[in-house]
Design a protein around this ligand. Structure first.
Ligand code: ATP
Ligand code: MG
Length: 320
């Protein structure tokens, strides 16, 4: 009997520990989808690090190569680059180039097969996972809002009182009016699956809630993998420009699918079939009109009604 009891106790505490680890991951990754991928994360593997981390001073990929487990194709092939504190970096490339994979590696969802990812010159896997995650806010490409209240979706906390910080952030992402117009305000449930009175959002509005979540966390390093959804290009450009204002002096990585954020970033990392094609400023990259970047940018800029976008941006940055 004692054996059974201790086995049962051991099992339930393991389940609790697993549950807590999953909650930690959910808090940093927020809207990661598909969840199947999340469930495959080797938690024990990630639990090994014990080093402390507070402020991220630099992020460095050192000859990183990577294949997804049980596959043969090299998705990242000898990638090296450095991002310093406060820099805004945009990652661009065709579909399937490996952009989101870079983010997954930074979040320790997978380990490189060779090479290292260093933060503050130390392998990221040496840091305590919990502390490490608390330094990063990531909005994933296929984020998902949960069927909880708006407030809970933003804070990732189970709170019943109004949280003034949530209201503040809703203001920053221009969603206060919309939320205040709802009968239950920030306590309105998201989605109609469990509550007929639940609120539904447009794609742009959901994106703002996802961004609000990243801002609520207040970490010094923000990653935004832009959704590929068909948002109106101008609205999209505006969302990311506002986001960049809100990010302030934090370090940020934008994965820019339609180049909407690449113009206001310090440097652009151009990824082509898992390799780095270039890592330079927008201005320099446009000098070679045959470069992949120029081609991506011009083809997208046509869709974007070039002049209008450039007008929006030229106020922010000295482009062209
Ligand atoms: N979990 C996975 N298992 C196996 N292969 C995967 C997995 N996730 C992605 N891949 C493959 O890795 C490659 C790079 O994918 P990734 O998601 O990094 O591309 P991306 O640059 O973000 O593309 P997009 O612009 O479409 O978002 C693709 O060929 C993709 O099919
Ligand atoms: Mg992607």
């Amino acid at each position: 009997l004692t054996m059974y009891v201790s086995a049962a106790v051991g099992f339930s505490s393991a389940v609790i520990a697993l549950g807590e680890a999953v909650i930690d991951i959910m808090q940093v990754l927020g809207y990661l989808e598909p969840f199947v991928e999340l469930m495959e994360i080797p938690l024990a593997e990630n639990d090994k690090g014990s080093e402390s981390i507070d402020i991220i001073e630099s992020i460095e990929f050192e000859n990183v190569s990577f294949k997804y487990p049980k596959t043969d194709r090299l998705i990242l092939d000898d990638i090296s680059f450095v991002i310093e504190k406060g820099q805004k970096i945009s990652i661009v490339g065709l579909n399937g180039a490996g952009k989101s994979t870079i983010v997954k590696l930074i979040c320790r969802l997978y380990k490189p097969d060779s090479g290292k990812i260093l933060i503050n010159k130390k392998d990221i896997h040496e840091y305590s996972y919990k502390e490490y995650l608390s330094c990063i806010s990531a909005v994933f490409q296929d984020y998902k809002l949960f069927n909880f209240s708006i407030q809970e979706n933003i804070s990732c906390k189970d709170i019943s009182e109004d949280d003034p910080k949530v209201k503040n952030i809703l203001d920053m992402v221009s969603m206060s009016k919309k939320i205040e117009s709802l009968p239950n305000g920030v306590k309105s449930l998201f989605g109609k699956e469990y509550d007929e009175e639940g609120v539904e959002f447009s794609i742009g509005q959901s994106q703002k809630i996802a961004i609000a979540r990243a801002l609520y966390k207040g970490s010094g390093f923000v990653i935004l993998d832009e959704p590929t959804s068909a948002l109106d290009p101008i609205a999209e450009a505006e969302i990311y420009e506002n986001f960049n204002d809100l990010v302030g002096d934090k370090t940020a990585i934008y994965i820019s699918h339609r180049m909407s954020s690449s113009v206001f970033c310090d440097k652009i990392l151009v990824i082509n079939e898992g390799k780095i094609e270039a890592f330079d400023t927008h201005k320099n990259l446009l000098k070679d009109e045959n470069s992949l970047y120029s081609k991506l940018f011009t083809s997208q800029a046509v869709n974007y009604r070039y002049e209008k976008v450039m007008k929006t941006y030229s106020a922010v940055n000295d482009i062209v």
